[in-house]
Design a protein around this ligand. Sequence first.
Ligand SMILES: Cc1cc2nc3c(=O)[nH]c(=O)nc-3n(C[C@H](O)[C@H](O)[C@H](O)COP(=O)(O)OP(=O)(O)OC[C@H]3O[C@@H](n4cnc5c(N)ncnc54)[C@H](O)[C@@H]3O)c2cc1C
Length: 489
Amino acid sequence: MATAATLARLCARLARIPSSACRPVRSKPTYGYYSVTMPSRTVRLTGWGRISPSRAELAEPATVAGAARLLEISGSGRGLIARGLGRSYNNAAQCGGGVVISTARLNRILDLDPDTGLATCEAGVSLEQLMVAGLPAGWFVPVSPGTRQVTVGGAIAADVHGKNHHVAGSFARHVRSADIVLPGGELRTVTGQSDPGLFWATMGGMGLTGLIVRAVIQLKRVATARIRVDTVRTADIDETMAVLAEHDASFGYTVAWSDSLARGARLGRSVVTSGDFAEPADLPAADRADPFAFRPGARLGVPPPMPPGLINRYSVALANEAWYRRAPRSRQGELQTIGAFFHPLDAIRNWNRVYGPGGFRQYQYVVPFGQEATVRRSFELVSRARAASFVTVLKRFGEGDPGPLSFPAPGWTLALDMPARTGGLDRLLAALDRLVVDAGGRVYLAKDSRVPAGTLAEMYPRLEEFRKLRAGLDPDGMLASDLSRRLRL
Ligand SMILES: Cc1cc2nc3c(=O)[nH]c(=O)nc-3n(C[C@H](O)[C@H](O)[C@H](O)COP(=O)(O)OP(=O)(O)OC[C@H]3O[C@@H](n4cnc5c(N)ncnc54)[C@H](O)[C@@H]3O)c2cc1C
């Protein structure tokens, strides 16, 4: 097992680069969401779900050359993996006993063309940074997940999706090129045309093809920083699916927040919100002078430590009831801010702490269109198990990307999150796995924390293709994460 000495040795061999380019963490850092349990170079890391911690040496190269040097040195024992802002729910950005390369200091926007919306940035740039830089000139990120606290590197490596997947696809579709440091240290610029194999394996490849250090992203033109939102409260799962299908035809962004505990005639009742960016004329007169006003920043924080058991079937049932009743039966054209519409959870810093010390598991699947009975059945299983999913989101995906491990595919995607200590959770999720496999679906690698390797292989029929490409790129198995070891990616 690697120790702090591993990194010290590694840095010694990197004598040619300035020490600032490879700075091990010595004290509690102020960015990211990993916890450092002692003032040392060894850090204890978890994902956003705060489960499965592991220790690794953390390197924070400040230059591309410094990052490249880290990958030049093979045979560093347990391997290396990249880490952005640690917002994957699982251990995808951990490498127990090895080295984790944080992109926290590779965080410069190198160019943003106000005419074309092409942004050239380092991999550690967050989507929030891109919004702050792009909005004054009328540019927004092409795809935004439910948090803007993710890096460009993490968005590419997980090929993230947003509420506009049905029209815009996932993040990779908007990546014009990526600079990747391959195992061995070679820096290669790839596009979908120049090297489709490497390019697409990297899009959704969970950091296992190389370290993304820079990328060129095509941003999306918007006329204001507000969204015109229609809200519909649905009575049951059939109505929820019908409204989502109907709204996909007329809105750029759609999603349903569902009540996972509702049963019987209310099974799958939801609040569907759909919207598009507003035009300046839609804004109140007072806001027209500054149509791109955007004020990021969390308003509240969850203090540590939170007691265990706060999120349970009773508290979630109460919260679901209140939230469902508060939603209008139908409302049109409400103006919402970017934060309220895209990233409501970002308003509460460290909201993941509410699950208490046991953490939580996210589970997200996609099943093809035509498998509506599977969606209904999964709601039945969850509500029957009385498993409290605090955030339950249903959406329809459009066309997927060519990446062999890219998650989205045409069909229904359901995301659930539940306290890891929920009784019977393993059994419930194993039952969902079976439903998903039988329906020809799969789970999301940025969230999965427990699917057996054999089951994952059933879900991703092109896994072998990915493994072969990796074996060619990285014969020594230098790149590895806790996730890749468990799933034999
Ligand atoms: C509140 C919340 C809501 C979310 N909503 C969505 C959603 O709607 N849609 C969605 O798709 N996802 C969603 N996610 C998941 C999140 O978008 C992804 O997990 C994303 O990858 C996290 O980015 P990160 O920068 O934090 O990367 P990390 O979590 O640090 O890393 C994720 C993966 O990317 C790899 N990686 C990171 N940087 C690099 C790099 N420079 N080079 C190579 N590999 C790299 C890591 O090795 C790891 O495998 C959500 C997460 C949260 C916490």
